[in-house]
Design a protein around this ligand. Sequence first.
Ligand code: GRF
Length: 194
Amino acid sequence: MALSLVVLASGRGSNFKAILDAIAAGKCGAKVEALICDHAGAPVLEIAKSAKIPIHVIEKKDFASPLAFDEKLLALLSQHNPGLVVLAGYMRILRSPKIFEKYRRRILNIHPSLLPKYPGAHAQKDAFDAGEKVSGLTIHLVDESLDAGPILYQEKVDISGCKSAEEVSEKILAREHLAYPRVIDKIARDEIKI
Ligand code: GRF
């Protein structure tokens, strides 16, 4: 049976699209049950609409605290009860201990650097500014730490020819789109144990 996913995303959604495309092409043994997005105008919503994926939008402004936001998030997750929660450009930190109680080792994230190097929101620029010749991507389980949960997969990307941080981002992103569905597929097949 396909591994059921709920995807959390905040913006562009190119990794979300890559996962949907890989599933449609029979290359990823998963099924996206829903998208949860924290920005009403995010482009990722259009991608979900076209693919007829159920959407939930929850915005920070409607909640008194980050914890209250996460309580709602947990309620939405529980509604679908996925095998795996996939963060794909989700720009919020998960704060509710209850989320980790219920989904520990079942929340996946992709990050555009070779962690533990360059955690945070500007990983590609940080690598470029540091003059790195090689950076890459990391797929890891999410825990209470920021970008520091158990690593499942890493891939190096040669960025020595890149002339800007944007170029670094593009080069890594192209590899993210291949790697993320592949790792999800391996989890579905139990070839990567979580
Ligand atoms: C990707 O670079 C991902 O590694 C990071 O956020 C970006 C999301 O891009 N976590 P997209 O929304 O999937 O296009």
